[in-house]
Design a protein around this ligand. Structure first.
Ligand code: 4NP
Length: 162
């Protein structure tokens, strides 16, 4: 992990739908802002069922329609990720509760947040799980709104150029 970079890990359950989408969106946003050099952006899952798999084809297609190529390979989030990352961003309340149990101490807890908490206009706190519901375009929009707010927060907090 390059420790001169601001590091962000998005976390969902399977690491094949929501968190790879958020990872791809965030990479595009920092790229479009000319800030890509200063960031390390990753994603992981609270479950390992899909470890090693690329993003779900339906998530990849929804992202591709917006010009974003998803490049993730699914992996399990491990407790030591709290040491490696500056921001650990959960997609839903269950992921958040799981991560809270893995967090050891105040420093880890401070790194933990939920994606939609950065979207002032969000109509809920969870990014809905699209795996069985097929709402991949909606999930993309939610990730875009959340990541836009997250980037604004990070830019402000770290005094980055806009
Ligand atoms: P994700 O979606 O947590 O957004 O990656 C899911 C992917 C797979 C499963 C559930 C949710 N699954 O049960 O296999």
């Amino acid at each position: 992990m390059p420790n001169d970079k601001i590091s962000v890990c998005f976390v969902c359950l399977g690491n094949i739908c929501r968190s790879p989408t958020a990872e791809g969106v965030m990479k595009k946003l920092v790229d479009d802002s000319g800030l890509a050099e200063g960031f390390f952006i990753d994603s992981a899952g609270t479950g390992a069922y899909h470890a090693g798999e690329p993003a779900d084809a339906r998530s990849a297609a929804a992202a591709k329609r917006r010009g974003v190529i998803l490049t993730s390979s699914a992996r399990l989030f491990v407790a030591s990720d709290f040491e490696s990352f500056d921001y650990v961003v959960a997609m839903d309340s269950k992921n958040h509760a799981h991560l809270k149990r893995l967090a050891a101490g105040e420093a880890h807890h401070r790194k933990l947040s939920m994606l939609r908490s950065f979207d002032a206009l969000a109509d809920g706190i969870d990014v809905p799980d699209p795996y069985y519901d097929d709402n991949f375009d909606h999930v993309y929009d939610i990730c875009l709104a959340g990541c836009t707010g997250l980037l604004a927060h990070v830019v402000e907090k770290h005094g980055l150029p806009r």
